[in-house]
Unconditional design. Structure first.
Length: 367
């Protein structure tokens, strides 16, 4: 049966009814340049002073955390169990244990208070939690201007995994030829000045085995990113990743269809109708990548110069470059004070999108 991801339709309807400034830059590119990464919360629970061995492990995690690395997207905190009430002790922790215990939680903006993984602090955890070969590969591909990287999380059953991989590759190759970058729009009949720099549409697939020890935390982040994915452990899962390592959503088992793949890709390549990150579906992965430094050319800034400056320039009213935030043109477009004027709409829309997303997850699941 053909099924359309209704959460994207709902998102489109909500964003179209918000007074959000339109943007001709594709979603995938706007997300890469302008959406800051959400940070994971990593907590180390311990009882009393840390042993030298444990302190070495904690220091290694701290050295790669946000407090030490500006582009890191996890924050580290230490909690001494001796000062906690019994009800505050994390679930699954052995109250008699003297070894440190860690808990990794998703960013509050995406999945508040939801745990990705918890367990004992070990050298293997310290090695594989902050980064992994697959996550590094995803960042490298996106920064080389791929539109999105589709992760295929194998089920372990080749009779299901291989056809899913072939379908993904075949469909994505077709979409690369069929999809087009949005054209620049006009303002009251006046062509926008300048031209959008060239963008290519390029998708790839990265297969990940659930049993790969190096990808342990990537697998955990994927399978806990939606509330019912653990119920489909025997099915392959496909996750489009775009922007700064953001999962759009999952396609599972029989839900990995040409139609559903195309719907996701059309959303990513389409114009960024809503520039507010929180109003867009998805959750960021924990990836150690310097996204700001990796983007060589700001296409969003070029779009802003072309459209915001293009209208008055075409009318002969202004010359030169002005900051969008400071120019009179920005006021004409209703960009000044937009967040303050529409904060209630934004909050209502965030709640509506997230609630509807949870309710409609089943439409992409196996039957």
């Amino acid at each position: 049966m053909s099924r359309i991801p209704l959460c994207l339709l709902l998102f489109g309807w909500i964003s179209s009814h918000l007074p959000v400034p339109a943007c001709d830059v594709p979603v995938f590119r706007y997300a890469l340049e302008r959406w800051p990464v959400d940070r994971y919360q990593l907590t180390v629970y311990h009882r009393g002073p840390l042993t030298p061995e444990s302190k070495t492990l904690v220091d290694s995690l701290d050295a790669r955390s946000f407090s030490q690395v500006p582009y890191s997207n996890y924050e580290l905190s230490l909690v001494d169990l001796a000062v906690l009430q019994p009800s505050q002790v994390p679930q699954g922790f052995d109250p008699e244990s003297t070894s440190p215990w860690i808990e990794l939680k998703y960013p509050d903006y995406s999945l508040p208070n939801q745990t990705v993984w918890s367990g004992a602090l070990t050298p293997e955890v310290v090695r594989t939690l902050p980064d992994s070969p697959a996550r590094s590969e995803i960042a490298e591909r996106i920064l080389s201007e791929e539109t999105a990287v589709w992760i295929l999380l194998n089920s372990g059953d080749t009779s299901k995994d291989d056809p899913a991989f072939s379908l993904l590759e075949e469909t994505l190759n077709e979409l690369e030829k069929e999809l087009e970058i949005p054209e620049q729009t006009y303002f009251e009949g006046v062509p926008a000045g300048g031209t959008m720099p060239d963008l290519k549409i390029d998708f790839s697939v990265l297969r990940v085995a659930r049993t790969d020890p190096d990808e342990r935390f990537l697998v955990e982040m994927l399978i806990h990113s939606e509330p019912d994915l653990l119920d489909y452990a025997s099915e392959p899962m496909a996750f489009p990743v775009y922007g700064r390592g953001r999962i759009l959503y999952s396609l599972v088992g029989k839900g990995i269809t040409k139609e559903n793949i195309a719907e996701a890709c059309q959303f990513l390549v389409g114009p960024c109708s809503c520039q507010v990150k929180a109003l867009n579906p998805g959750v960021d992965l924990l990836i150690a990548a310097d996204w700001e430094a990796g983007v060589e050319e700001s296409l969003v800034a070029e779009w802003e110069r072309s459209t915001i400056m293009g209208v008055p320039a075409a009318l002969g009213n202004v010359t030169g470059e002005l900051s969008m935030a400071e120019s009179d043109t920005a006021s004409a477009f209703g960009l000044k004070g937009w967040a303050n004027q529409n904060i209630l709409w934004v909050l209502v829309a965030i709640v509506a999108v997230n609630a509807s997303f949870v309710l409609l997850l089943k439409i992409r699941r196996s039957k």
